[in-house]
Structures are given as structure tokens and as C-alpha cells.
Write a protein that binds this ligand. Structure first.
Ligand code: UDP
Ligand code: MG
Length: 148
């Protein structure tokens, strides 16, 4: 089953959105496989966003991510990478479709409350970076009520 890396960014934690955001993934039928509250170091944030290091917003992005604790998670389910991105919405909240997380909870691109992996391969890399200790491999008894 596919997995993705989802992170509630410092603004999402500070604004008390953790429960609401986790609920969206739980209620959809996805399964939580890893979860921790963690404040990351600059070098770690730079590694997570290394593909964006040439962008003009990179320095501000790193400052944002290290500005407080984040909630790092691994979620599992059918097509979760693409579906997670749809649930999160466009990078800039002003372009995000109503009903998506960024449309419902955010205004500005640099305070867009949540991260989700953009492809199966980046999910694999991000999960390895954020959860070197490994994940829980529990299986929900609700499986057959969600999958046919
Ligand atoms: N970002 C920003 N300004 C921009 C583009 C992106 O501050 O013009 C930030 C924003 O927080 C975004 C993150 O950089 O979520 C990573 O950018 P990416 O293009 O990977 O967007 P995402 O995958 O998060 O939608
Ligand atoms: Mg991205």
C-alpha cells in the first residue's frame, strides 16, 4: 500500500490546527503509520527542501520551517500521494480550490500550514529522512470497511 509524508508546518501547530488536519486524513480512510512533534535544525530543513535551494524563497522557507515544532507523519492508503496533494490543495492558498486544506485554513504561500510529498519517489525519500527509526506496521480492523 502506498505511503506519503505529511508535515503540519509550524503555523499549523501554533494555530491549533493539528487535530483538524489529522482528522481529515483519518476520516478519508487513510491509516496513520508514523507521527511525531519535532523542531528541526536548519541543516535538516535545508535537506528536506534541497530541491528548492536555488529558489528566491528558499531562505525564508527554511526560517519558516525551523520557527517552531512541526508534526511529521506518515499516512498510508490507495493513491495517497496524489490524493493527499489534492486534499492539501495548491501551493498558493489563493489558488487553492474550496474544500482543500490550504483554501480552508491559509492565506499566504509562505504560511500554507501543511506539506505533502509530490510523488511516490519523493515520499520514499522524505519518509526515510524523517523516520530513520522506522514506522509502525499495524493494520486497522476497518480495512474491509474502506476497501472493497
Ligand atoms: N513557497 C514559498 N513561496 C513560493 C513557493 C513556495 O514560500 O513562491 C513555500 C511554500 O511554503 C511551499 C514550499 O515553499 O509549500 C515548498 O514549495 P513547493 O513548490 O514544493 O510547494 P508544495 O509542494 O508545498 O505545494
Ligand atoms: Mg513540494
Amino acid at each position: 500500500m502506498e505511503q506519503t509524508f505529511i508535515m503540519i508546518k509550524p503555523d499549523g501547530v501554533q494555530r491549533g490546527l493539528v487535530g483538524d488536519l489529522i482528522s481529515r486524513f483519518e476520516k478519508r480512510g487513510f491509516f496513520l503509520k508514523g507521527l511525531k512533534l519535532i523542531t528541526v535544525e536548519r541543516s535538516f530543513a535545508e535537506k528536506h527542501y534541497e530541491d528548492l535551494s536555488a529558489k528566491p524563497f528558499f531562505a525564508g522557507l527554511v526560517e519558516y520551517i525551523i520557527s517552531g515544532p512541526v508534526v511529521a507523519m506518515v499516512w498510508e492508503g490507495k493513491n495517497i500521494v496524489a490524493t493527499g496533494r489534492k486534499m492539501i490543495g495548491a501551493t498558493n492558498p489563493s489558488n487553492a480550490e474550496p474544500g482543500t486544506i490550504r483554501a480552508d485554513f491559509a492565506i499566504e504561500v509562505g504560511r500554507n500550514v501543511i506539506h505533502g510529498s509530490d510523488a511516490v519517489e519523493s515520499a520514499r525519500k522524505e519518509i526515510a529522512l524523517w523516520f530513520p527509526e522506522g514506522l509502525s506496521n499495524w493494520r486497522s480492523n476497518l480495512h474491509s470497511w474502506i476497501y472493497e
